[in-house]
Design a protein around this ligand. Structure first.
Ligand code: SAM
Ligand code: DTB
Ligand code: SF4
Length: 344
């Protein structure tokens, strides 16, 4: 899908956009279900990177203390609790630039993944940068999805992060896809970007081959001590427009209404589900920040006649369309030159 098409879709009158996204949603997701995903920060704080939104960067005084990687037994306890609470996807996040094969910390992550994958939930990890080998080892250990967000447009990215590049993010996504993992990739609204940056981000996501299996749409939770601490909360209608446009552009993806739900009314969340969101982070904590309480979410789903989606731990990665260029090599000029794929 081109930027011009996304622009036209996004800027329709609100109810025309909702009508269009609802039709796409009903065609691909007729079941009135919402996926419940539990997040756990298995390694918190002390991160070397300078992502301007993140409470876990060691470069900012945010009050988040650096902790060591959790033990497998402690992670398993939390994973069992997540399963018992009704979650079908368990997402483990680590505040790292990335992981390297052969290191003790990576071996411990593999051990955690092997154990969690015995529980019958989808296993998602977000560990930062991955090489080809690390991606393959994670896949073999039992990871079903790798979360690695592009967060904003290629143009705006350097205003938010300087310690790695947009193309570094694309390379990791390519490695995850090549290893056969599903990719969970989305972004954040409220980083001081314009609507055109949001749509350029969506253009990149929609042109991945294969398209992402899930797309988290986060609203910035402005963290004290970060460069973005004074950014205003993104407007709910902007979130809903973005969700609707994502549903149309990436029809088969789970579109996750992600960080920032604490600041959204029940009514705004209901509209987001109507527009095409069919996944949430469930449980009262994200990585370091708060999230609605589980009983409140259950009440909201009940009031809307929505039910939790069943688990699909054997989930296969979406198919590549071999008639199109593989993602993400075609995304930016730099990527074309640095990924070595030879695509133009
Ligand atoms: N270190 C890994 C990485 O950068 O991919 C994994 C953890 S990182 C915290 C995962 C994602 O959480 C980020 O890419 C961003 O989209 C989201 N995120 C982090 N802080 C946020 C905030 N304050 N508000 C909204 N989303 C946030
Ligand atoms: C994603 O897109 N959002 C989640 C998950 N992927 C890892 C993280 C949200 C983090 C919100 C801020 C915090 O908890 O520190
Ligand atoms: Fe580190 Fe990830 Fe936070 Fe960036 S978003 S500072 S890489 S934990």
């Amino acid at each position: 899908m081109t930027y011009a098409e996304l622009h036209r879709i996004y800027h329709q009158p609100f109810f025309d956009l909702l009508k269009q996204s609802r039709a796409v949603h009903e065609e691909h997701w007729p079941e009135n279900e919402v996926q419940l995903c539990t997040l756990l920060s298995i390694k918190t704080g002390g991160c070397s990177e300078d992502c301007g939104y993140c409470a876990q960067s060691a470069r900012y005084s945010t009050g988040v203390q650096a902790e060591k990687l959790m033990d497998t037994a402690d992670v398993m306890e939390r994973a069992r609790m997540a399963k018992a609470s009704g979650s079908t996807r368990f997402c483990m996040g680590a505040a790292w630039k990335g992981v390297r094969q052969g290191t003790q910390k990576f071996d411990q992550v593999l051990d955690i993944v092997r154990n969690v994958s015995t529980l019958g939930m989808e296993v998602c990890v977000t560990l930062g940068e991955l090489g080809e080998e690390e991606a393959q080892q994670l896949k073999s250990a039992g990871v079903t999805a790798y979360n690695h967000n592009i967060d904003t447009s290629p143009d705006h990215y350097p205003n938010i992060v300087s310690s790695h590049t947009f193309d570094d993010r694309l390379r990791t996504i390519r490695n995850a896809q090549d290893a056969g993992m599903s990719v969970c990739c989305g972004g954040i609204l409220g980083l001081g970007e314009g609507i055109e940056d949001r749509l350029k981000m969506l253009e990149v996501l929609a042109n991945f081959n294969p398209q992402p299996e899930s797309v988290p749409i986060n609203a910035l939770m402005a963290m004290k001590g970060t460069p973005l601490e004074d950014e205003k909360m993104v407007d709910s209608f902007a979130m809903i427009r973005m969700i609707a446009t994502t549903r149309i552009a990436i029809p088969r993806a789970k579109v996750r209404l992600s960080a920032g739900r604490l600041q959204m009314s029940r009514e705004a969340q209901a509209l987001a589900f109507f527009a095409g969101a069919n996944s949430i982070f469930y449980g009262d904590k994200l990585l370091t920040a708060g999230n609605p309480r589980a009983n409140e979410d259950m009440a909201l789903l009940r009031d809307l006649g929505l039910t939790p989606q069943g688990s699909n731990p054997d989930m296969a990665a979406p198919d590549v369309d071999y008639s199109k260029p593989m993602s993400p090599c075609v995304m930016t000029e730099e990527a074309v030159h640095s990924c070595g794929c030879g695509d133009l």
